[in-house]
Design a protein around this ligand. Structure first.
Ligand code: SAM
Length: 309
């Protein structure tokens, strides 16, 4: 476990997520945006890596115990955005029958197993966002549909937490004309649309983006896995803080005095890989802390944070 890099806005730690989190101050982070290794998918080639456990139950238990450390480090009103993908059992390999208790060709349901286990451990599950990937690889077989989405669970440490809906509203896409029923004379049903939408005066507020997010994956040279889209991380960061601490903020402001941009204005990614969530945090004027087992990924993350993309 080593401190790989530190400056006023960014800290990068090399080591196991749980080990590093134990060294961080309690309540020092406002939000966590992360995508841990999926169960039995990629071998990141590092001793102690998550995702290569002998059973899915062990994988879930290890994530829950890492998240107990996340909860300690998180401010009481802090939030977590947890991206997880699923997978099928296979005849051999890390998802063979013995790892799940299911015969081959079964969708395991890993994200929901993790979400339920986190709930049982005291987390508030506030949304199960479906991240659909318009450019997802099509399934080459003919016996089922292609998988084109992953989950992003939005979790809170308590029932009172910071959430900035206004920061993630989407523009209205034009007027909805009143329905035929609404235009007909006579009494209207309660749910008839009788006026243009949005109502006058609300045109520029935008609407709630909802819990289905369509965002293409962005291939990234230099990494052997698909990083999270920057847009996805940016939306999570923006929704996590109630005070504006935008890119216009100088690093000195963000680190110290600006209202709401102090100690809690920090985003943590305990499995930061190429650092997408860190780049999004810095772009929003938030401090960022990244952890990864693999120093090569930390060097990619540092370069990206310096480039700002
Ligand atoms: C899915 S990738 C994260 C990708 C990242 N969101 C991005 O945009 O590049 C998961 C990362 O977790 C790291 N990792 C695996 N086991 C770990 C552990 N026990 N502690 C910390 N990092 C770990 C891997 O090296 C890998 O970089």
């Amino acid at each position: 476990m080593t401190l790989y890099h530190q400056d006023e806005m960014l800290a990068l730690h090399q080591g196991d997520a749980s080990d590093v989190l134990r060294t961080l101050e309690a309540g020092s982070v406002g939000a966590v945006v992360t995508s841990p290794p999926y169960f039995g998918l990629r071998d990141y080639g590092m001793a102690g890596q998550l995702g290569q456990e002998a059973t899915v139950a062990e994988y879930v238990a290890r994530l829950v115990s890492t998240f107990a450390e996340v909860r300690r480090v998180l401010a009481d009103d802090g939030v977590v955005w947890l991206n997880l993908g699923d997978g099928y059992t296979s005849k051999s390999g890390p998802r063979r029958q013995g790892t799940t208790g299911l015969p081959p060709k079964n969708l395991i349901g890993v994200p929901w197993k993790v979400a339920f286990a986190l709930q049982a451990d005291g987390w508030w599950l506030r949304n199960a966002i479906v991240w659909t990937k318009p450019n997802a690889m099509p399934y080459s077989g003919t016996d089922r549909l292609s998988n084109v989405y992953e989950h992003v669970f939005f979790l809170a440490k308590s029932d009172r937490y910071a959430f900035n809906l206004d920061a993630v509203r989407e523009p209205y896409t034009g007027d909805r004309t009143p329905s035929r029923r609404a235009r007909k004379p006579g009494p209207k049903k309660a749910n008839s649309i009788t006026s243009a939408w949005p109502p006058p005066g609300h045109e520029d507020r935008g609407h709630n983006p909802g819990d289905v997010w369509a965002m293409p994956t962005q291939p990234f040279k230099g990494a052997h896995f698909a990083p999270m889209p920057l847009r996805l991380a940016a939306r999570c960061v923006a929704a996590s803080f109630t005070s504006d601490c935008g890119a216009h903020t100088t690093s000195a402001d963000a680190g110290r005095g600006a209202p709401g941009c102090g100690a809690h204005s920090t985003v943590l990614d305990p499995f930061c890989g190429s650092g997408t969530s860190l780049v999004a945090s810095l772009a929003a004027g938030r401090r960022a802390i990244g952890v990864d087992l693999n120093p090569e990924y930390l060097s990619v993350a540092l370069a990206r944070c310096r480039d700002g993309k």
